[in-house]
Each structure stands twice: as C-alpha cells, then as structure tokens.
Design a protein around this ligand. Structure first.
Ligand code: C2E
Ligand code: MG
Ligand code: MG
Ligand code: MG
Length: 277
C-alpha cells in the first residue's frame, strides 16, 4: 500500500507533463500555421481623450481563432509563443499589420491618430529586432510619432542594458514607448527613471473597481500626478462604468480605455464605428 502511495504521484505527474507538452507543441505549431495562413486578426480598442471626449487612437490586440478549439485568448497563446520562440514572428506581423491600419486610418482622414501595439520582453533579446522593425516601418509612409510600442511592466529582463539600448533606439526613431500594466511589476520607479518612456498605462486592476474612497483611488491619483510631472501621457485601462470615468476626469487623467467605451473589435467594424462617432 505504501509503495502504491509513493508510486502514484510520480506516474500521474509524468502523464500530465507528457500530455501538457504534446498539447503545447501542437498548439505552437497551430499558431505558426495561423501566422502563415493569415488566420490571426488584429482587433482595435479605442482610447478616449477625457478632455475632448474624442477618440485619440486605439490599441491593437491580437486574436487567434483556432479551427477546432475556437477562440484562444492572448493570455494563453502569447506566453506559449514566448516559450516556444515564435513570439518575435508574431510581433513583426503585428507591427506590419498595425502600420497598414494606421496608413488606412490616415487615408480616411484620421490624421493625428495614434496606434498602440504590444511588444514582448522576448523581442528585446532578438539580435535582428531593430533591423526588422526599421525594415517594416520603412515600407509605410506613416509618421512614427503616431505609433506607440507598449511593454508590460512585469516583463522579465535578463539584460537591462540591452533593454535600455533597444528602447532608446526605438525612441530615437520617434516611436512612443509606453509602460503597460503599470503597478503590477516590481521595479516600476527604476524603469521609469532609466528608460525612455513617453506614456504610462495604469493597470486595470487599480481602475476597474475605483470608487471615491480606498487605496486604489490614492494610487491612481498619485500615479496620474507623477506621470504628469514627468511629462508622460497617462492612460487608464479597464474603465467599465460612468462612475469610474467621472473619477478619472476629476483627477485629470488624460486618456481612457475600457469596455465602457467599446470592446476590442475587428478593424473593419472598428473603422465604421469610428467614422460614425
Ligand atoms: P494589455 O496589453 O494590457 O491589453 C489590455 C487587455 O485588457 C486586453 O485584453 C483588453 O481586451 C482588456 N480590456 C480592455 N478594456 C477592459 C475592461 O474594461 N475590462 C476588462 N476586464 N478588460 C479590458 P486581451 O485582448 O485579452 O489581451 C490580454 C493581454 O495579452 C494584453 O494585455 C497583452 O499583454 C497581451 N497581448 C494582446 N495582444 C498582443 C500582441 O499583439 N502582442 C503581445 N506581445 N501581447 C499581446
Ligand atoms: Mg497593452
Ligand atoms: Mg495593459
Ligand atoms: Mg493589462
């Protein structure tokens, strides 16, 4: 009985691991195929200027509809892409597609419009990343000050100087750099002091449940104040109610993004909505 007791957990663990690995590898292969077959989509979610009430730009968010498994959220496939070494290919695809969309938006008359996209910490370690970015951007007649690259604060960097060098080079090209999910990482203030950020996005975990008392409001107020003093554009993400919007306006937050305004949607649907609003 004791032998059985000792044996079982080991056997189960191995079975789990084997299944998990097989499934992960097949998902990763599926993701790479989706990239080749153009089965990925770039959705847009608007960013509202709280002073003017107008849409100043949008964040693009990657969507993968798997033929058998259906819709797989980026919170699952991005870490998978990072672990299997294909995230950089995804990022370059996203940059190319985002430039196409920005160019089309400009042709439709949205001239001071900003498009924000997410890059991965793993992109930083790619030796050709900057050259590849330059090659893509060179194909589009778009002003790079209308493009923002978001990097999550919880990014794990093994080489800080490489991160700094890469972000400095992107900033020198005129691209805006945002610190995403601000408040969820460990060394926020160090990053903000040392890296060329031009925008700070307050994580939705501080924003969604905001009310006029409590610690989240203090943190949000203080962060807006700090961002303004540092000359950073400040975006609150995760606005779901009019009450939260009112609080953010009261504390002079510049930009807002959330389901209250609009959920992310495919570009063609987004564009028709934008033209009407
Ligand atoms: P993120 O960059 O912080 O993007 C914001 C996420 O919050 C999006 O989730 C968006 O749909 C969601 N969101 C927006 N407003 C609200 C709201 O009012 N309430 C709530 N509960 N959620 C809201 P999504 O699209 O599932 O993406 C999750 C994360 O996956 C992103 O977080 C980003 O870290 C990553 N991701 C998405 N697309 C890409 C991509 O193209 N490249 C990379 N590297 N990462 C991506
Ligand atoms: Mg983001
Ligand atoms: Mg975010
Ligand atoms: Mg987030």
């Amino acid at each position: 009985d004791q032998a059985k007791h000792q044996h079982q957990p080991v056997a189960l663990y191995q079975a789990d691991q084997a299944y998990g690995l097989t499934q992960r590898l097949s998902l990763a292969a599926g993701l790479q195929a989706a990239l080749k077959n153009d089965a990925l989509q770039l959705y847009h979610q608007p960013q509202i200027n709280l002073h003017s009430g107008r849409v100043d730009g949008s964040e693009v968010l990657l969507r993968w509809h798997h033929a058998e498994l259906g819709f797989i959220p980026p919170s699952e496939f991005i870490p998978l892409a990072e672990d299997t070494g294909i995230v950089n290919e995804l990022t370059l695809w996203v940059i190319d597609r985002a430039c196409q969309h920005l160019q089309q938006l400009r042709q439709e008359g949205f001239v001071n419009y900003n498009v924000s996209l997410n890059i991965s910490g793993k992109d930083i370690a790619e030796p050709d990343f900057l050259d590849n970015v330059r090659a893509i951007l060179g194909r589009y007649p778009i002003p790079l000050q209308n493009l923002t690259f978001e990097l999550t604060e919880s990014v794990t960097v093994s080489d800080f100087h490489l991160l700094q060098h890469t972000l400095d080079a992107l900033a020198a090209m005129g691209i805006n750099i945002a610190i995403d999910d601000y408040g969820t990482g460990y060394s926020s203030l160090f990053y903000i002091a040392e890296l060329p950020f031009t925008e700070l996005k307050i994580d939705k975990s501080f924003v969604s449940d905001l009310d006029d008392s409590g610690r989240h409001l203090t943190i949000v107020k203080t962060t807006i104040e700090m961002a303004k003093r540092l000359g950073l554009r400040v975006v609150a993400e995760g606005i779901e109610t009019a009450a939260v919007e009112a609080l953010l306006k009261e504390h002079d937050c510049q930009l807002a993004q959330g389901f209250y305004y609009r959920k992310p949607s495919p570009f063609d649907q987004y564009l028709s909505w934008l033209k009407q609003s």
